[in-house]
Ligand binder design. Structure first.
Ligand SMILES: Cc1cc2nc3c(=O)[nH]c(=O)nc-3n(C[C@H](O)[C@H](O)[C@H](O)COP(=O)(O)O)c2cc1C
Length: 329
């Protein structure tokens, strides 16, 4: 690569950071560039007050964005590390002599949250079980984040499915939850282009509709019976479930979890494995406690994902254009 200024590099790296997953595709991040640093700060105007009242998913999303920054930096010949301080992630970069070919870099634009049923094919056990240890070697984690992986026929998987069902009953009878969810739905192309965020009709596989009609139709489908029918069908096609946990429930650990989670997602993407989130059991405090007890976890469950093999996405979730502070003009 031709030599470029740090500002140019930072803009390039940030274009990869924003491809990270985020709760409801809220993209709750802001970026600032300083000398050899990129600072990621939360955008609390994107907070999901109802589903994520303590900002756990928000900080996990920021950690995912930080991991993309660091993976992209390695590709362009920069070493990097992050610290979490005063509610911000500060990523520092130093130039290395070599650029590294890394399948995880190639996976950044390919990673996406799978929607709908998986094919039902099983992932070889030995492929999955080695991934966490390999990743933990690479990320600066201090054992703050961990993952439990279980086969879909295991006792643990039955427990997780049960909590997903109970989570749907609670969330789909909660008017505030449904109102917030609908406020992040995008019902047609114009609506998508107005915001470039949120849960979009084409990504979810719905036909385009005018906003008021879309809201009415979605409202009819947001009930426990319909949601559990959908989730039961997906869960029956899953190969494995993963429960990502933190040692302590605090923002520093949530960021560490985001870094770990995104590296895991990039790794499985590079192996051709698909995944979807099913985070209801971690979003409802009583279910989270029960999941922790029933799975004999010493740490705190924070993210549940389902693994399998899938089909190409119908559409990719859009991203907002980012204004980078320190790079204006
Ligand atoms: C912490 C976190 C929690 C999430 N929880 C859910 C969830 O419970 N259900 C779901 O369908 N998607 C969930 N998502 C996925 C987002 O909806 C998805 O990342 C976003 O729409 C962007 O799409 P992409 O991942 O395909 O880029 C979650 C994402 C994150 C980072």
């Amino acid at each position: 690569m031709e030599p470029i200024t740090f500002i140019e590099l930072a803009k390039l790296l940030i274009s990869f950071a924003i491809l990270a997953p985020s709760g409801h595709n809220s993209q709750p991040w802001q970026f600032q560039v300083a000398d050899n640093e990129i600072i990621i700060t939360p955008d609390f105007s994107k907070r999901l007050d109802v589903v994520d009242g303590n900002d756990r998913e928000l900080f996990i999303s920021l950690g995912c964005a930080a991991e993309n920054l660091m993976t992209a930096a390695r590709h362009y010949g920069y070493d990097s590390h992050y610290v979490f301080n005063d509610g911000k992630i500060i990523v520092t970069f130093s130039k290395q002599d070599v650029c590294n070919d890394d399948p995880l870099f190639d996976a950044i634009p390919k990673r996406h949250t799978h929607r709908g049923k998986f094919t039902g094919a099983k992932i070889p056990e030995n492929l999955l079980q080695n991934i966490p240890a390999n990743i933990l070697q690479d990320v600066d984690n201090d054992d703050n984040a961990s993952v439990m992986i279980c086969n879909s026929e295991s006792r643990e998987a039955e427990m997780i499915k049960q909590k997903i069902t109970e989570g749907n009953i609670i969330q789909m009878t909660d008017t505030a939850f449904k109102r917030e969810l609908i406020s992040w739905m995008r019902f047609n192309k114009k609506h998508v282009n107005e915001t470039r965020n949120g849960l979009c009709y084409n990504v979810l596989g719905f036909p385009a509709t005018p906003k008021p009609i879309g809201r009415r139709i979605i409202g009819m489908f947001l009930n426990p019976k319909a949601q559990n029918k959908t989730d039961n069908a997906v869960n029956a096609s899953v190969s494995h479930f993963c429960v990502f946990c933190v040692k302590d429930d605090n923002a520093k650990n949530w960021v560490a979890l985001g870094v770990f989670l995104e590296r895991f997602l990039l790794k499985i993407t590079s192996e051709g494995i698909a995944y979807s989130f099913s985070n209801q059991p971690c979003e409802i405090p009583s279910l989270k406690d029960q999941l922790r007890q029933n799975l004999n976890l010493t740490s705190y469950p924070s993210v549940v994902i389902r693994l399998g093999y899938g089909n190409e996405p119908k559409a990719i979730a859009p991203r907002e254009e980012v204004v980078v502070k320190g790079c204006e003009g």
